[in-house]
Structure formats: C-alpha cells, structure tokens
Design a protein around this ligand. Structure first.
Ligand code: ZN
Length: 145
C-alpha cells in the first residue's frame, strides 16, 4: 500500500445564509486542508513519479482570497456587484466546512481522473478541512479510476 499526504492552506471568506448567529455575516478563515490518498500502487508518469502533490495542493491555492458561496447566495453571484473570478460556488445550500470539503474532494477526484484516466486503480481518499482552531471535517471516499 502506498500513501501520499499533501497539505495546504488558503484564506477565504464565506457566510451561512439563514444562520441565527454571527456566522450569517461575511467573515474569513485561514482554512487548512490535508489530503491522504492511498492506493495499492500509484500509477507513474513518464518521469516515474506518482500523483503530483501540486495537483492536490492547487485545489487549495485556487480557493485562496476567494469568496465561497452557495448557489442561493444571489448577492455574491451578481456579476454587477462582485467579480465572478473572486467567487467560488460550493455544493449544497451553504458554504459550510462540510460543503467546502465535498467541493475539494470532488476536485481531487476530477484531477486524478484527468491525470491517470482508465487505469482501474482503487484509490482511498481522505480529506480533512480545518475551518477554525477547533472545527475539523473529514471526508473519506473510495473511487476506481
Ligand atoms: Zn466561518
């Protein structure tokens, strides 16, 4: 069994629509993410290297200094008010740590699929996103690509 661990962080803002409390207001966090990817044997590229750590860390980099929103947040999705390139739509009804984690996991699966398509390799992906000092969310997914 081989394992890759890649860590990154990004500074991003969000708000929780409908939340009864201060999280309803726009605020930012320094989010920290840790990917752990396991496979019996990773595919190798022409340089005999396996999954590029950068490809996973890029997912975090691309969220840096962005506003994370849901599709319901029509204020931030109004291109007359905010630059669309500064806004990233998360799945679900709010950009909660759970949904930010699902977004990053979906991106990881997409990138693995593009890097090494159709090899029939079983991957076990685990992603933990830390929103605050004490708030973590971990998602685990197994895929065959
Ligand atoms: Zn928050």
């Amino acid at each position: 069994m081989e394992q890759i661990l890649a860590k990154g962080r990004f500074h991003a803002a969000h708000r929780q629509l409908g939340y009864a409390g201060k999280c309803a207001w726009v605020h930012g966090h320094t989010w920290r993410g840790t990917f752990i990817v396991r496979a019996e044997a990773f595919p190798r590229d022409e340089l005999d290297m396996s999954v590029d750590f950068g490809a996973l860390k890029d997912i975090f980099k691309e969220l840096d200094h962005r506003m994370l929103v849901s599709e319901q947040d029509t204020t931030f999705l109004d291109s007359g008010l905010f630059e669309p390139e500064g806004v990233v739509v998360m799945p679900g009804s709010n950009p909660s740590v759970e949904n930010v984690t699902h977004y990053c996991m979906n991106e990881a699966v997409d990138r693995l699929t593009k890097l090494f398509p159709g090899r029939g390799i079983d991957y076990d992906l685990e992603l933990t996103i830390q929103e605050t000092e004490n708030n973590f969310f971990t998602l685990r997914r197994t895929v065959t690509i």
